[in-house]
Structures are given as structure tokens and as C-alpha cells.
Ligand binder design. Structure first.
Ligand code: SF4
Length: 377
């Protein structure tokens, strides 16, 4: 289902496309860069704030582009390390993004490392059995402008905590993971455009090495991504180390089985010379057997990949459980003994991986209860 907004979001414009619009109006060549500086470096949210532009140009910007394609509905703290932001798009669609804080040793809390996790679609068609985002199915892709708008919302929310960075026009987060609601490689062009805007010197100038794109395994588009000059990091949501287990919880595996996925992942790693990450949510009696651990170790060694073990977080409406701590430790020990680089999450509050999409679902259900008309949006 496509959504055509009344006006295109300004955040979807590149230096080139905005220059073309402005040239057609007879504006000088430097004007596009001037507007983008207001938008990204000075965090202007309306043309009225762009005080060194003429009134007619500000009026034209206002009439031509949407400066608020997303609005903040709520900001919710989950424990002391995670904030969830719920944003509403122009068509009423709800989208989540998450800020995860990881304190750095020896420095104050204000210097904790912040990772932003963004969504790329409204809902998700991929139907992974453990995921809240897939529960209500796919509604639509987000446009590049909407995705950039998500990031700018977070920048503005976090600017107060990082005034030095804000004053320099830098992003107020340290890392970006494209790991929220949606399969980013199923919305390839919009996601790549949004990340290009984020990375561009006239955008937020955010380094591509600090961006990790996570896919459930759309193998052909991993190969396509390998050819992009942007140089992102790649994470594969593996969650099963054999076809039998993976197909049980991730329908995408029936279309792109492990052999095809791992061959594409290897091609990506070889092209970019970067270590891949394999995300593995540990689910009791599903993928936490020691045979799975051994098969996972073989895959990780073959790909020279780092494994991120994430104990499952309960999702309302789903039956899966987190394995006990002994089981988790023994699973991890098999990776350790095999010489695999891995991380086993122990902290509380890191509940985005399996739980992304829950806030949106809950809010949509509440809205539908209060106003049945909304459920059809
Ligand atoms: S895990 Fe990712 S790809 Fe799978 S249903 Fe959830 S959002 Fe979609």
C-alpha cells in the first residue's frame, strides 16, 4: 500500500535534487547547501527559522515541502538504558525508534555511548515468529524523507544532552543500527537514500562505519549492497544454524536458504573487508540446543563473524521463552571453545531486539479500542 503525501518531505531531498528545484526558480547555486545547513547543522524545523533566506524563498519552501513528516507521539523509558520514541507519520502510521545507552568506563553518564535503532517500514511482511513487528503484517514502506525525519527527531530530543555536538551540527548519537521495524533490504532504495543523506557532508556527516544494517536474510539484496560505495556494516539476523530450525521461525529461510544466504554474506565480507555480525536470539527449546551452538560456531568461523547472543525477551501474544542462565552459558561456552568471537547480553533493558514493535502494537490497539475508525488507517 503506497502513501503519497500532500507535499514531499524536505528530508528526502539530496543536495543535487534540491539544487535542481532551486535552479528552476533562478536561485544561485549555493542556496541548496545553505538550506541543508539550516536543516541538518542548525536543526531548523521550519523555513521561518532560515533567517538569511528571502521571504519569497521561505514561502516557497513552506508551500513545496513538508517540514514535519513525522511527529513525536511519546517517548518512553525502558529501564535506565533504553528510550523508545513513537512517531506518527502523516497518514497516521506509527513507527518506533529506540535509543540505547551504554555507559563508557571512566566517564560520566552524559558521555555514555548512544546507539539509535530506526525502523524502515510500517509493520513487516517477513513474519519472523518471535517478533512483535511482524504480528500485524506489513502496511507500507517508509520513504527516505520519513526515515531521515526519524533520525532528526532523535537528534533534537538528544541535543539537550549533547550541546557541544549539537553546536557543531553533528548527530547526537554515536552509532546507528537499522534494525527496528521492517526488513530494510525489502525497502532498498529508500533505505540507501536515507543513509546516504545521513552520511553526506551536507547532511549529518555521519560515518558509514558507524552504521549497521541488519537483515533477516534477503540474499540477492545483500549482494547488491556489497556493490554500494557507502561501506556500511552488515548484521545478519540468523537465529537458527540449520535450515530446519531457521525455517521454523523465519519464513524468509524458505525463500533464501542458509547456503544462499551465507554465500551472499561471504561475498559482502570479502568485498568490504569488514567483520560481519550474526545476531542470534536464544529461544528455549527452539534454537538453544548444543547441536545448534556447534553449527553456529561452524558458520561464524567460516564467515569470520562476530556472534551476538541475545536472550529472548517475552513478547505479548507470543509463546516463546528465554532459556535459563545455565543453558545460555553452556551455549556460549561452545562458541568460546570453538574460538568464536561472541557477546552474550546480560544487561536488563536491552529489549529492542525481540521486542521492537511492541509499543507501536500496543498504541495501535489502544487507539482502535478508543476509536474503531482508527483501526482501518
Ligand atoms: S525480525 Fe525483522 S524481518 Fe523479522 S518480522 Fe521482525 S522486523 Fe520483520
Amino acid at each position: 500500500m503506497a502513501f503519497t503525501p500532500e507535499k514531499p518531505p524536505i528530508y528526502g531531498e539530496t543536495l543535487e535534487s534540491l539544487s535542481t528545484h532551486l535552479k528552476a526558480r533562478g536561485e544561485p547555486a549555493f542556496r541548496a547547501r545553505q538550506i541543508l545547513t539550516w536543516l541538518y547543522k542548525k536543526r531548523a524545523t521550519t523555513p521561518a527559522q532560515m533567517t538569511d533566506l528571502s521571504k519569497p524563498l521561505r514561502d516557497w519552501l513552506e508551500q513545496t515541502f513538508d517540514f514535519a513528516p513525522a511527529s513525536l507521539v511519546l517517548c518512553k523509558k525502558a529501564g535506565d538504558v533504553t528510550d523508545k520514541l513513537l512517531l506518527e507519520m502523516r497518514d497516521g502510521s506509527l513507527v518506533e525508534c529506540v535509543i540505547i545507552r551504554a555507559p563508557q568506563e571512566g566517564v560520566g553518564e552524559e558521555h555514555s555511548r548512544k546507539t539509535l535503532c530506526i525502523s524502515t517500514q510500517v509493520g513487516c511482511a517477513y513474519g519472523c515468529k518471535f517478533c512483535a513487528s511482524g504480528l500485524a503484517g506489513w502496511k507500507r514502506d517508509l520513504s527516505a524523507g520519513e526515515i531521515v525525519s526519524e533520525m532528526m527527531h532523535v537528534c533534537r530530543v538528544e541535543d539537550a544532552a549533547s550541546p557541544e555536538r549539537a553546536a557543531e551540527g553533528l548527530a547526537s548519537f554515536d552509532n546507528l543500527v537499522v534494525m527496528g521495524m521492517g526488513e530494510p533490504l525489502a525497502n532498498y532504495d529508500n533505505v540507501l537514500k536515507a543513509l546516504t543523506i545521513l552520511n553526506a557532508p551536507w547532511g549529518l556527516g555521519f560515518g558509514a562505519r558507524r552504521i549497521t544494517l541488519s537483515t533477516s536474510g534477503v540474499a540477492p539484496n545483500i549482494l547488491r549492497l556489497a556493490q554500494e560505495p557507502l561501506g556500511l556494516r552488515l548484521a545478519i539476523s540468523l537465529h537458527g544454524a540449520t535450515d530446519e530450525v531457521r525455517s521454523r521461525i523465519m519464513p524468509v529461510n524458505r525463500k533464501y536458504p542458509l547456503a544462499e544466504l551465507l554465500s551472499a554474506a561471504k561475498a559482502f565480507a570479502q568485498t568490504h573487508g569488514r567483520m560481519l555480525t550474526l545476531e542470534y536470539i536464544l529461544i528455549e527449546d527452539v534454537n538453544d540446543t548444543f547441536d545448534q551452538a556447534r553449527a553456529l560456531a561452524d558458520i561464524a568461523r567460516d564467515l569470520h563473524a562476530h556472534v551476538n547472543l541475545i536472550p529472548y525477551n517475552t513478547v505479548e501474544g507470543l509463546e516463546w521463552k528465554r532459556p535459563g542462565s545455565n543453558r545460555r552459558e553452556r551455549f556460549a561456552a561452545i562458541l568460546r571453545d570453538a574460538g568464536v568471537s561472541f557477546t552474550l547480553r546480560r544487561e536488563k533493558g536491552h529489549d529492542i531486539d525481540a521486542a521492537c514493535g511492541q509499543l507501536r502494537l500496543k498504541t495501535e490497539r489502544e487507539r482502535a479500542q478508543n476509536n474503531p475508525d482508527i483501526s482501518s488507517l
